[in-house]
Design a binder for this molecule. Structure first.
Ligand SMILES: N[C@@H](CCC(=O)N[C@@H](CS)C(=O)NCC(=O)O)C(=O)O
Length: 266
């Protein structure tokens, strides 16, 4: 019995839904409204003390952290393996997923919040509600970054370094994909599953032609990802929140010049 606490557009949740779909697993959905602070409820914090999605519950046992969840899915269930057999390739795969946890996820959060999501908070015109939201964030560093994103937007002190980190991610991907079909070599793996939601986020922010389209191997890889059945099941259909994507596109377009300036003035 598998239950997933997640959100349709959360990058980490997209990553876990992709792994579940690749294995052909059935799961029960608990869709969380992150704007209503459902991730900070007492009941949810008992499952995931970090107050973030996703959490996978297997036979009543919560498993947290999307990279760990995806390795668990591959360990626990039959089906096509999602990690290379060869130890060197497996190490390469882990280096990709490690980068997500070390820097890429944080950079994506800064970029998405500062460019787009902050407006959802500002449009509330309710300072008390914003303070309540910030107070609920269990981690001080995350709380401070969220405050910067909401209050400073394009002047978030980490925005430029975050945009450049995501460009570097694409450069590294382009290099790896020049000689291999998938990120960790000839076999599709958790590296591909892990990276795709982050590339997609750049596309959703309308930054695809500044970033993705200039890299032919990343384009080929993204097309291959999009043609998988798992992509249809995990990213599209009921999990494709068109209003959310339209908002990202609109705010990304408004910020485009300022983004370009930050990407060029390094
Ligand atoms: N390292 C965690 C990060 C999880 C995370 O940051 N999730 C975001 C959505 S992608 C979230 O729940 N955000 C809610 C919030 O910041 O309040 C993982 O990989 O599972």
């Amino acid at each position: 019995m598998l239950e997933l606490y997640h959100n349709a557009m959360s990058v980490c949740a997209q990553k876990v839904r992709l792994a579940l779909a690749e294995k052909g697993l059935e799961w029960t959905s608990h869709h969380m409204n992150l704007r209503n602070k459902e991730q900070f409820s007492e009941a949810y914090l008992a499952l995931n003390p970090n107050g973030v999605v996703p959490t996978l519950v297997h036979d009543g046992e919560p498993i947290i952290e999307s990279t760990i969840i995806n390795e668990f899915i591959d360990d626990a269930f039959a089906g096509a393996p999602l990690r290379p057999e060869d130890p060197v390739r497996r190490a390469h795969m882990r280096y990709w997923t490690r980068q997500l946890d070390d820097t890429i996820h944080a950079a994506t959060s800064v970029v998405t919040l500062s460019i787009a999501i902050r407006h959802q908070f500002l449009e509330l015109h309710d300072e008390k509600a914003i303070e309540e939201l910030l107070a609920a964030v269990p981690n001080a560093k995350r709380r401070a970054s969220k405050r910067f994103g909401i209050e400073k937007g394009m002047d978030h002190p980490e925005l430029q370094s975050s945009l450049l980190r995501l460009e570097k991610m694409l450069d590294n991907m382009e290099d790896a994909l020049r000689t291999a079909r998938w990120l960790a070599g000839p076999d599709f793996s958790l590296a591909d599953i892990g990276l795709v939601p982050y590339v997609l986020r750049l596309d959703h922010l309308g930054l695809g032609n500044l970033t993705i389209e200039r890299r032919p191997n990343v384009c080929r890889w993204l097309d291959a990802m999009r043609s998988r059945k798992s992509y249809e099941e995990a990213i599209l259909g009921r999990w494709d929140d068109q209003a959310y994507v339209a908002n990202l596109k609109e705010k990304g377009a408004q910020a485009r010049e300022a983004i370009l300036l930050r990407m060029l003035s390094r």
